[in-house]
Ligand binder design. Structure first.
Ligand SMILES: NC(=O)c1ccc[n+]([C@@H]2O[C@H](COP(=O)([O-])OP(=O)(O)OC[C@H]3O[C@@H](n4cnc5c(N)ncnc54)[C@H](OP(=O)(O)O)[C@@H]3O)[C@@H](O)[C@H]2O)c1
Length: 230
């Protein structure tokens, strides 16, 4: 039977690149995004290769999360918490950071992934993977990255403790590296980002986590490629 994955935020960027790779490997997919047009374009493309359900919605919305989990059914092989928001662009320094916006960033980037993990806990197959996409901004004190970075830092520690509390689960928290995506352009609004690697370059590392046998832990996606190759 085909493996089933929920991938949040798969209408573009890293989520879509991963969805394409899993579709080619015959994974059954449940994907989402807030924007209907981009999601429908992704769904149509992926449906040529595999069974895909696409649900428009915001991961911060509990009803939408429930719909995702219901669509995935009762035998889930992987939950990929990829959807994420940057917050304001350009990003304000912490002393000026609007707290209502910070709450939204935390809801999407930190609370929603945990909420989805809680919701799928009884439908995960033995050996299922939870893959939380984080960032080097979770660990580096980049000026201006306090909102987004702290949301990812919380997601990392949450993953770390979840792994310790559930030795039977594979919990991965993964820095995909800088990627040429819309989020990256928003983060560097005045920069030419054409020198950044495409998200496809981070995908083999994620596949290694989803289909390989690595222990729970923090990984850098592009460093894992060497394991894949070797
Ligand atoms: N790009 C980088 O350099 C970089 C570096 C380190 C880590 N990351 C991480 O990598 C992951 C993917 O980022 P990306 O660069 O591929 O971003 P992206 O190109 O902006 O794509 C984000 C995807 O998530 C969806 N999305 C955003 N917020 C959502 C929400 N609240 N609910 C549902 N879907 C949502 C977007 O669609 P809609 O906007 O239509 O909802 C889109 O499909 C993120 O977790 C990001 O933090 C990226």
């Amino acid at each position: 039977m085909a493996s089933t994955a929920i991938i949040t935020g798969a209408s573009r960027g890293l989520g879509l690149a991963l969805a394409r790779a899993l579709a080619a490997r015959q994974w059954r997919l449940v994907i989402d995004a807030r924007g209907a047009d981009g999601l429908e374009a992704a769904r149509r493309e992926l449906a040529a290769h595999t069974d895909v359900t696409a649900l428009v919605g915001d991961v911060a919305d509990e009803r939408h999360r429930r719909a995702l989990v219901t669509a995935a059914g009762d035998r889930i092989d992987a939950l990929v918490n990829n959807a994420s928001i940057l917050g304001p662009s350009p990003q304000p320094e912490l002393l000026d950071y609007p707290l209502d916006v910070l709450e939204k960033v935390y809801r999407a980037n930190t609370i929603a992934p945990l909420a989805l993990i809680q919701s799928v806990r009884h439908t995960l197959k033995p050996g299922a993977r939870i893959l939380n996409v984080t960032s080097d901004a979770a660990v580096e004190p980049y000026e201006g990255w306090g909102g987004y970075g702290s949301s990812k830092a919380a997601l990392e520690q949450l993953s770390n403790i979840l792994a310790a509390e559930n030795p039977d689960l594979r919990v991965y928290w993964v820095d995909p590296g800088d990627m040429r995506t819309r989020m990256h352009q928003e983060a560097f609004p005045d920069e030419d980002i054409s020198d950044r690697p495409l998200p496809e370059e981070s995908v083999p590392g994620l596949i290694e986590l989803l289909e390989g046998d690595l222990p729970s832990g923090r990984y850098e996606a592009r460093s894992l490629i060497h394991i894949n190759e070797g």
